[in-house]
Design a protein around this ligand. Structure first.
Ligand code: AMP
Ligand code: MG
Length: 339
């Protein structure tokens, strides 16, 4: 049974396919299952002599994860922290996501910030209906926003202001894929591909010891349009996530409002950067940086990628004439499938 939790809506960016066939060794089988989690699809492929991991185990793992990190589950740890019902948190997933989020907030100068929750809701991208927004409302909510206003001390969440709330949506999907990856490792599986809504962890190889082939979606003006791939990459071991402003947005009087919020201004960001795909050493990190890049925009993201060797990226943007352009770091250039 798949989780029906809505972390993100059923639109997903990023990519999608693992084009694979044949087998790794004659005795190894390709095992593939698909399901739903976090408001989107998942697709998992692995190679093993026999079924070692069952789909119900993955579903339980994802359900347990939601009980920690989903703001859509009223009884999750994050929801209780947001309602100030608990302050002590010992759960290792929560602690790790929280600490990683804080680190990436520092590194990105606050572009990534899990305290944007109240603004996400007010702008109509959370679990509440959109408010009529004006500068006064934005200012009143901005008082509670800022990653420096919340800390994990020992095992206690300390908030400067009780109205401060956290939202793991920009990092949790990626992190949950890392959790599944660890689970596969513990079971001794070395060749697998986990895809949740276009965020991917690939390890080893697919059939015939070939590289996995993964696609990056071409942004579109139509939120529900069919997916068209902009690029394909050939990979063995990757952790990849994409953020984009082209599927989750609404339009009022010709102005587009997208679901990434600039934590400094309190407004949704829309600029020439249409999507950011990041490759890192974990999907949780890739997920968080990809969201940060959507806030930072094209130039800052390029600079950030160029000065951070541990990251690779693929940015899709529209130039002054509206033409779609791309920027790929050297590492991604090497992976791009030009056949
Ligand atoms: P993603 O699809 O990973 O880019 O995550 C987008 C989601 O993260 C939004 O729907 C919000 O719930 C949340 N979010 C929006 N802006 C930010 C931000 N600047 N930092 C962290 N999370 C954000
Ligand atoms: Mg993200």
């Amino acid at each position: 049974m798949a989780s029906t939790t809505r972390y993100l809506p059923a639109f997903f960016f990023g990519l999608l396919l693992a084009l694979s066939s044949c087998s790794i060794a004659p005795s190894e089988k390709r095992i593939h299952f698909v399901g739903q989690a976090q408001g989107t699809y998942y697709s998992i492929i692995y190679y093993a002599e026999d079924t070692i991991v069952y789909q119900h185990e993955i579903d339980s793992l994802l359900r347990a994860f939601d009980q920690v990190a989903s703001i859509y589950q009223p009884n999750s740890i994050i929801s209780k922290v947001n309602r100030n019902e608990i302050s002590e948190v010992t759960d290792p997933w929560f602690t790790e996501i929280f600490n990683l989020a804080m680190r990436i907030s520092e590194e990105t100068g606050g572009a990534f910030d899990i305290t944007v929750g109240p603004l996400v809701n007010a702008w109509g991208f959370g679990f509440r209906n959109k408010l009529d927004m004006d500068q006064q409302k934005v200012d009143s909510l901005l008082q509670f926003v800022g990653f420096k206003g919340i800390r994990l001390e020992e095992n206690s969440i300390v908030k400067d202001h009780p109205n401060t709330q956290i939202d793991f949506n920009a990092i949790a999907k990626g992190y949950s894929i890392d959790v599944i990856g660890d689970f596969f490792h513990q079971r001794g599986i070395r060749n697998f591909l986990v895809d949740i809504g276009g965020e991917i962890l690939a390890r080893g190889a697919k059939s015939g010891n070939q590289q996995w082939v993964v696609g990056i979606e071409q942004p579109s003006d139509e939120p529900t349009s069919e997916r068209v791939l902009k690029a394909m990459v050939n990979v063995n071991d990757i952790a990849m996530a994409t953020s984009g402003n082209y599927r989750r947005f609404y339009e009022v009087d010709g102005v587009k409002y997208a679901h990434t919020i600039d934590p400094k201004t309190g407004y949704p960001v829309i600029h020439s950067l249409l999507s950011a795909t990041v490759f890192a050493d974990s999907v949780g990190k890739a997920d968080a940086y990809a969201t940060a890049f959507m806030v930072m925009g094209l130039e800052k993201s390029r600079e950030f990628l160029e000065s951070n060797d541990h990251l690779e990226g693929f940015l899709i943007y529209s130039d002054e004439t509206g033409e779609i352009k791309t920027f790929a770091t050297e590492g991604v250039e090497k992976m791009i499938n030009r056949r």
